[in-house]
Design a protein around this ligand. Structure first.
Ligand code: SF4
Length: 286
């Protein structure tokens, strides 16, 4: 593990294939010159990936190839991948390299009725790279999914959104003050606006909600989220994700202040209760 922390990889022609997002990774892109980072991000020529996994069955329909981007400003208290918060912790990958990688899996993904998911981190903080990758995936005939916190939805045009078959929205909170409590003080107005825009465009969505005892398990807040989600009319599925401590070691290794160190996972009863709230609003829940 330590060697991964101290060995930057700067060959832009290598996708970090087979690396689990649960492994700590830092400083992979630190020696990319600043001007190259800026122009690469602005054009989408260059993306920074934390990991690249195959065979996922939980990041969209069917069997998925998943690319995990770095960079996220939400800094959620329960984040289990805080090493994805910083761009330069990711491996720099040229867009052509990423597309070539997808091409390798295109036939298999179609046979298995799976697809490609871009997750993170927050993928839309590298919006040009994301848009180009989704467009290429659609040209290859691959089903596409974006897992996002929704804050930067306005960085994609309606035409670019049409290249995304499914948006998996990680909903932190509906109430602005609660959203600020769960994240590092981030306002959620852009998230709500993105949800409403997706609904107006009739784009399919899944909604995910992390259940954390003492932080996100307020009944009234969950009822508001469930009602809002149902009112959108495009949520195909909602998922309650029980909080876990798998990311704790990353917070500690990175020297971050982890405020949930003594928070237990929710009980099965609490998960069932939250599930009931989402079901009662009419959502299809799994
Ligand atoms: S939005 Fe996701 S990646 Fe970003 S801090 Fe929150 S949980 Fe972590």
């Amino acid at each position: 593990m330590e060697s991964e922390v101290t060995s930057p990889v700067t060959d832009h022609s290598v996708v970090p294939e087979g690396l689990s997002p649960f492994e700590l990774r830092t400083r992979r892109g630190v020696d990319v010159p600043e001007n190259e980072v800026r122009s690469g991000i602005a054009s989408g020529e260059l993306g920074f990936l934390h990991s690249f996994t195959t065979g996922s069955t939980v990041d969209g329909p069917g069997v998925r190839v998943v690319a995990w981007t770095t960079l996220c400003m939400f800094r959620c208290k329960y984040c289990h991948n805080p090493d994805t918060w910083t761009l330069s912790n990711g491996t720099p990958v040229r867009i052509e390299t990423a597309i070539e990688q997808l091409r390798k899996y295109a036939t298999g993904l179609k046979v298995m009725k799976g697809g490609f998911t871009l997750s993170g981190g927050e993928p839309l903080m590298q919006a040009r790279f994301a848009a180009r990758l989704f467009a290429a995936a659609k040209e290859l005939g691959i089903h596409t999914a974006l897992e996002t916190n929704g804050f930067y939805g306005d960085k994609l045009s309606d035409k670019e959104l049409a290249d995304i078959d499914l948006v998996i929205l990680d909903m932190k909170a509906l109430g602005p003050e609660q959203h600020k409590r769960v994240t590092s003080g981030i306002d959620n107005k852009p998230v709500i606006e993105f949800c409403e825009r997706l609904a107006a465009l009739h784009r399919p969505m899944w909604l995910r909600y992390v259940l954390v005892p003492g932080l996100t398990d307020d009944d009234a807040e969950m009822e508001r989220i469930a009602e809002f989600a149902e009112s959108l009319g495009v949520i195909e599925r909602a998922e309650i994700l029980p909080f876990h401590q798998m990311g704790r070691y990353k917070w500690e290794k990175l020297g971050l202040n982890y405020t949930l160190a003594s928070t237990p996972p929710p009980s099965p009863e609490a998960v069932a209760h939250a599930t009931g709230i989402f079901c009662a609003a009419g959502l299809n829940i799994s």
